[in-house]
Every structure is written in C-alpha cells, then in structure tokens.
Design a protein around this ligand. Structure first.
Ligand code: A2P
Length: 315
C-alpha cells in the first residue's frame, strides 16, 4: 500500500479505517477487526461520540502484545466548541483519555467554524462564535503548542479552503501538515490538491464511498450514488473488484489517504484489499470525467440566518 510522507520522515498508510457514523456498540469490534487484519491507520474524532469505545478496542489489542501502539497511525479532531485557546489542549487531553493513548499521530481542527463552548451541535445563530471572536489562528497556535508539548506528533486541519490554509501559513511558521476534505470521483478537488501538493500539505479524503449511512437530514433527495455509478461498476467488473474497492483504489493511487468507514467484517477486509490492484490510464480517464463538484457533506448545517458563516468551502 502507498504511504503519505511527512517532513520529519514519519509516514502513514494511505488506507485507514473511518469511524464517523460507527455506532457505539459496533465501533470497538470494527477497530479490532481492522487492526487484526492489517490496518495501521484509524481515523477518529471527538464529535463522533465513540472515542471511549475505540479506546477500549486499542487497550484490548495493545494488551495482547502482537500489535504495538507505535506501529499505528491514529488521528483525531478538535470539535468546533473547543476553538478558544484555553479549550484546545483540555479537549485534546480528553480525547487522549478516551482513546487511552499517550499521544496522537495527527490532530486536526475539524471545521473552520466555532461554536460557543456549551454547544455540541448548533440549532440557532446565537450558538456560534464568529471567526472575529475566535480567529482560526488563535486555535492554530494552540495546536502548535500541543505539538511542542509532545501530545501530538503532527497537526493539521479539515474542511479548509485554500484561502483558509493560506491564513494559517501566512501568520505562523507552521503550515498545516494535513487537510482532510471530502474527496471522491464526483468531487475531485484538483485545485485544492494541487495547492496542497505545492505546499507540502498531505490530503486525506473523507466520504470516499458517498457516506450513504448519513442521517436523512444530512441527505439531499436527489443525491447521486457513487457505489451504483455505472462507470465505477464497469471498471470494477473489469478488475474483478467491488465498486467500493475501485473508489478506494482511485484515492490511494492519486496520492491521497482515504478513510472508508465500515463496521462489517467482510467490507472492512475488502476495503483494505483495494491496495492489491492498479487502475490503468483508461480507468483513470473515465473516472476523471465523473467530476461534477458534487458534495455529500455540504456544510449547510453551519449556515444560519444571522450567523457569520456562509459558503464555508469558498466554492
Ligand atoms: P457498513 O459500515 O455496513 O460497511 P463512507 O466511508 O463514504 O462514509 O461510507 C460508509 C458507508 O459505506 C457505510 O454505509 C458502509 O456500510 C458502506 N460501505 C463500507 N465499505 C463498503 C464497501 N466495500 N462496499 C459497499 N458499501 C460499503
């Protein structure tokens, strides 16, 4: 499998296990299956509400002794209600406690959006803090401190546009090492990828399979299906692979990391096996033609009349 390199020589496996939407009763089992079947990269976040269960799985697996913490890459993310400078490191410490870890490999600012500290998910405009009240740079400087304190090895962001990445890069001498964004054949993000590559920022793609298990409120009625796309299925048939494997392989072959979520044993194994074949030029050309800038995760749930957030992705 491909790996993504970092400036200090560290590297992460391109294919990791996603845990967004993994139910509490299922996520620990999914993480154990993944680790026992060769995954070395697990993607978590405080807001997924399941880090304590993921931590139980880590504790059990490390306790057996075959798999060592230092051989894994574990990512987590700072939630939007912990952007104030006094809240960043305590939130990170809570995540470390939940995950039963001494350090993270990568910690990300989850969104360029801030909520009031007591708001988990906003319902009205007053639940937000503006970026004038809590500038992203204030949060980023604390992320840098967390790295200096050895609580995390690498720091980055998620859902950041080029302009927002530039803000952090211009105002500190520590550029984000990762931008985790939605990425799949309907949203190929060539411009963002080119910018990140030019500036030494690695990219991880989320929702690589279209996140069909999102709640109904997060879905548009007329959403296109990635897994049922005829071009993807034709290419899958040609390689004797599944549609999911083609989507994962496409991300990996493009040089990004990819974090398909599954709690199903067969699909967890199948997704890692995507590393085992190559897409050819004709496949890549046909997939390139599928790009229509379509987002499954629109960010619209952060845009409310009377708050200062609109067009979060600047597109
Ligand atoms: P399950 O957890 O039952 O396997 P995404 O990673 O884009 O958020 O997509 C996750 C969704 O895709 C989940 O509903 C997950 O279901 C499903 N899924 C995961 N792997 C595969 C696969 N190889 N083929 C089809 N569906 C998959």
């Amino acid at each position: 499998m491909k790996t993504l390199k970092f400036k200090n020589g560290d590297y992460m496996d391109a294919i990791g296990l996603g845990t967004w939407k993994s139910e509490k009763g299922e996520v620990a089992n999914a993480v154990k299956i993944a680790l026992n079947n060769g995954y070395k990269h697990i993607d978590c976040a405080a807001t997924y509400g399941n880090e304590a269960e993921v931590g139980e799985a880590f504790d059990e697996v490390f306790g057996k002794g075959d798999i060592k913490r230092e051989d894994l890459w574990i990512t987590s993310k700072l939630w939007n209600n912990d952007h104030k400078k006094e809240d960043v490191i305590p939130a990170l410490k809570q995540t470390l406690k939940d995950l039963q870890l001494e350090y993270l490999d990568l910690y990300l600012i989850h969104w360029p959006v801030a909520f009031k500290p007591d708001v988990s998910f906003p319902e009205k405009a007053e639940d937000f803090l503006s970026l004038e009240e809590v500038p992203l740079i204030e949060t980023w400087k604390e992320m840098i401190k967390a790295k200096e304190q050895g609580l995390v090895k690498h720091i980055g962001v998620s859902n950041f546009s080029i302009e927002k990445l530039e803000e952090l890069m211009n105002d500190t001498d520590h550029a984000p090492e990762m931008n985790q964004v939605e990425l799949h054949p309907y949203l190929q993000q060539d411009k963002l990828l080119e910018f990140c590559s030019r500036n030494g920022i690695n990219v991880t793609g989320y929702s690589p399979l279209g996140s069909g298990d999102r709640s109904d409120e997060m879905k548009a009625d007329d959403e296109p299906s990635l897994l049922e796309n005829p071009v993807i299925n034709k290419i899958a048939k040609k390689h004797g692979a599944s549609a999911g494997q083609i989507l994962i392989k496409w991300s990996e072959q493009r040089g990004t990391a990819v974090i398909p979520k599954s709690t199903n044993e067969g699909r967890i194994k199948e997704n890692l096996q995507s590393a085992g074949f190559q897409l050819d030029e004709d496949d890549l050309k046909q997939i390139a033609d599928l790009d229509d800038h379509f987002r499954y995760v629109t960010g619209k749930f952060f845009e409310m009349e009377g708050n200062s957030y609109e067009n979060i992705y600047n597109d």
